[in-house]
Design a protein around this ligand. Structure first.
Ligand code: ZN
Length: 259
């Protein structure tokens, strides 16, 4: 690190759980943020300000006036621009050292394979189950840690699925692919502005911990936040032995190697 970097990241370096070594891990790390909306905005702001070296941000939508109530990475002058481009512009004003790749596209599973394979951590800040399940399938396939967040009305959720650890549950163990959970869009249900900030900031915190090795992550746990009472609780997520996504990962010791 040069002198400017030692100053910029000095408050991290002071933390014994991060220190120079942890900060250097952050600087050489890469993260994928899927979604540059209510959750992706604070998550990307913190990942960039904290010095995660390379960020890829994908979102196919344009910035709209209804977004500005909570999607804090966007600005008035970005209205009508692609969210991914708008986010990149804001992050560059805060930390020009971070290499941000803006992908103004809606990603499918094939595309996600190419995007997830090279990164260290994936943040799901998307707003629909089809994308969430596609991200999960690819993270399971490549053994990548996934930080999942959701916020609607006053209800927030965060979970970490550390697919690099054997025996970890996956997103689909919690919400089966053909289960009863349905999309509840904010455009219909509404969402409390700072709730998205809280959830997105927790996602950033978990990603930074996964990369730097600080503390204990939410791996295998679901954090539930009620924004009306500000009650927070965490529950264990059990691995579903019948999960259609991750159960096939268990390879018996005597089983012939696949491929
Ligand atoms: Zn699973």
């Amino acid at each position: 690190m040069n002198d400017d970097q030692l100053l910029r990241y000095s408050r991290h370096i002071l933390l014994p759980q991060i220190g120079i070594e942890g900060q250097e891990k952050l600087l050489s790390a890469s993260a994928l943020v899927v979604g540059a909306g209510g959750l992706g905005s604070p998550a990307a702001l913190y990942l960039a300000s904290a010095g995660v070296g390379r960020l890829t941000i994908c979102d196919g939508d344009d910035v709209d006036l209804t977004n500005l109530q909570r999607q804090i990475v966007h600005r008035m002058h970005s209205l009508g621009q692609k969210k991914a481009e708008s986010a990149r512009a804001t992050l560059a004003e805060i930390n020009p050292e971070v290499i941000v790749t803006a992908l103004p596209e809606r990603v499918d599973e094939k595309r996600l394979e190419a995007l997830i394979a090279p990164v260290d951590v994936v943040l799901d800040a998307s707003d629909n189950f089809a994308t969430r399940h596609a991200i999960n399938r690819v993270c399971v396939r490549f053994g990548k840690p996934l930080v999942s967040g959701a916020a609607v009305r006053f209800d927030g959720q965060v979970a970490v699925f550390d697919m690099s650890a054997s025996g970890s549950p996956c997103y689909s163990c919690l919400f089966p692919e053909h289960g009863e959970a349905e999309d509840v869009p904010c455009a219909v249900m509404g969402v409390f502005a700072p709730l998205t900030g809280i959830v997105g900031a927790i996602q950033a915190a978990e990603a930074l911990k996964l990369v730097s090795g600080a503390g204990e992550t939410l791996a295998g746990r679901l954090l539930l936040l009620d924004g009306l009472t500000m009650q927070v609780r965490t529950i264990r997520i059990a691995k579903d032995p019948g999960c259609t996504v991750c159960s096939q990962r268990i390879v018996e010791p005597d089983a012939p190697a696949i491929r």
